[in-house]
Unconditional design. Structure first.
Length: 546
């Protein structure tokens, strides 16, 4: 009799010699599963072993439940402290990213910003000492170039040109250099001490980055054809080194700290214990540091007059101009304020901190709250990320910031006649254009709002007024007028055209601002406008604003 279609037939299978096994298929799989076999208790397990096993399993379960509870609490905390706006700062090294981040801090967390000012004092000292070292390197008799003493003193301009005068002999150059070097030799030891102060507790000294110099580098220009893009052609004959690079013929490298280093806390005077120290009523810091004989201020005070004489020497200024070394263009420039900076009771101002230069390794982030308007009384949590701009730090960061609300890209447009410190074959303006094109064309970032700061426009204006011509470095500029209005308009259109040509999202708006981020008054207004733009776009993306 045939079995009913509703009655399942018993499972059978041929095994080996043709005998039939009625064992369930699932059971046979479990017997052959090595993972299941591993989890089964041993067949010869004793009662004592079984008790220990059960106890261990119970403890493991408790640990697992504890981890789950901790993760649950962390998720709740993250939801509570949810970041409403995420902003990414991008741009090449020395484009002004760190200064822009400081301006955001000053605008939205002024008390915290000012509480950290004293921690920047060693950094400012180091910037000043390194400027003096660069000058001493530039006037070294090892550099066999004709140098003249101007017949009239140079005016205090950032772009002074060599002035005709009397040529110095090699012996006179050597004597002049030796005199300054001997008087300022205490600064060399101070430089090492300041670097050590910035080091982490588990490091012997702060990280020193290579200066990017090449064997063919000499006299402030580079030879060989630079890497040219399709948008720009830049002559190889003339190019000033980025002012923040290391000395010209000694490989000192730039000092950098890791983003994990808590150097500000370590250098805060509130941690210094002095017998006669008393709290400062205005800022809570400790006053009386000048009574500490090991404080760097004493060495600086001793060398202050000689530093001022070095910087004011017309021959030195001519030497710098001949080698196209423009210290005034660099962040960390304090040579015009030596007397104030080296004063015994010097306290950094907001502007001093904004100008201070300290390279960081990695991504710097800062979180603060912003109250936008009375219509939105709930503060918004902002997080700003500063990604390293040096070529060796431009890693594959884009996938980690696809949820960013905006990118603020900084392009130092005054650097059209300079080359990268890390690669003297590449013009800095060309590098900014190429980096900008890579950002706007990135499909992972096609929905991220873009804001560009055409930065250091004050330096651009001064440079053009001094007679430096853009068309000598950017051939496509042609015979257009060499005034600030024409040049700035041309560069604005150039960056805008790259966005128009390469963006994968033609509906994305581009917001362009001309900035000088060391100018607090102007920058605070721009930051307020940028903040409103980002908030408005964020609400639009959230469908809360049409």
């Amino acid at each position: 009799m045939a079995p009913s279609p509703l009655t399942p037939a018993p499972p059978t299978s041929a095994v080996g010699n043709g005998t039939v096994s009625n064992a369930p298929t699932g059971r046979r799989r479990s017997l052959s599963d090595p993972f299941s076999a591993m989890l089964r208790p041993p067949a010869d397990e004793t009662p004592e072993q079984r008790a220990r096993r059960i106890e261990a399993e119970h403890r493991a379960k408790q640990v697992s439940e504890s981890i789950d509870e901790q993760l649950k609490l962390e998720r709740a905390e993250q939801k509570k402290n949810k970041v409403d706006v995420k902003v990414l700062l991008l741009g090449q090294s020395e484009s002004g990213k760190s200064t822009t981040l400081k301006q955001f801090q000053l605008a939205h967390t002024p008390a915290a910003f000012r509480a950290e000012r004293m921690a920047w004092r060693p950094v400012i000292y180091l910037n000043l000492v390194r400027s003096i070292r660069r000058i001493l390197d530039a006037i070294s008799p090892d550099l066999d170039e004709p140098v003249v003493v101007p017949q009239t003193a140079l005016t205090d301009t950032s772009f002074a040109q060599p002035t005709p005068g009397v040529t110095l002999s090699d012996a006179e150059i050597a004597q002049k250099h030796a005199r300054y070097a001997e008087r300022l030799i205490p600064l060399l030891d101070l430089e090492e001490r300041l670097i050590t102060m910035l080091a982490e507790d588990d490091e012997e000294e702060a990280t020193r980055l290579g200066d990017g110099s090449s064997p063919g580098w000499s006299s402030g220009s580079y030879t060989g054809r630079p890497s040219l893009s399709v948008e720009t052609r830049i002559p190889a004959a003339q190019g000033a080194r980025s002012p923040g690079s290391a000395s010209l013929h000694r490989s000192h490298g730039e000092v950098a700290v890791r983003t994990t280093s808590n150097w500000k806390k370590a250098l805060s005077l509130s941690r210094v214990k002095l017998r006669s120290a008393a709290p400062d009523q205005s800022g809570g810091e400790v006053v009386g540091w000048w009574e500490d004989p090991s404080d760097p201020v004493h060495v600086l005070g001793q060398c202050s007059r000689d530093m001022s004489a070095l910087w004011a020497d017309p021959w030195v200024r001519t030497r710098l101009a001949a080698r196209r070394i423009r210290l005034e263009e660099s962040s960390g420039f304090y040579l015009n304020e030596i007397d104030r900076i080296t004063a015994k009771k010097y306290i950094p101002t907001d502007d001093d901190v904004l100008k201070a230069r300290l390279k960081t390794m990695g991504v710097v982030e800062h979180t603060f709250t912003v109250t936008t308007s009375s219509k939105m009384p709930k503060p918004m949590v902002w997080k700003i990320f500063d990604v390293g701009g040096a070529r060796n730090q431009r890693q594959a960061w884009a996938p980690y910031f696809t949820d960013a609300n905006a990118i603020i890209f900084l392009a130092p447009i005054s650097a059209f006649d300079q080359v990268l410190a890390e690669d003297p074959r590449v013009n800095r303006l060309e590098d900014s254009l190429l980096l900008w094109r890579s950002v706007v064309s990135n499909r992972l970032l096609q929905h991220v709002n873009l804001i560009i700061f055409l930065n250091k426009c004050d330096l651009l204006k001064a440079k053009l007024e001094s007679g430096v011509r853009l068309n000598q470095y950017l051939l496509t500029y042609g015979e257009r007028p060499n005034d600030y209005e024409s040049v700035s308009r041309y560069l604005r259109n150039k960056f805008g055209l790259l966005h128009q040509q390469y963006t994968p999202n033609p509906n994305r708006e581009l917001f362009i601002h001309f900035t000088a981020v060391t100018d607090t008054r102007r920058t605070s207004t721009i930051i307020a406008n940028v903040r409103d733009i980002i908030v408005r776009q964020n609400l639009k993306d959230s469908k809360l604003l049409v």
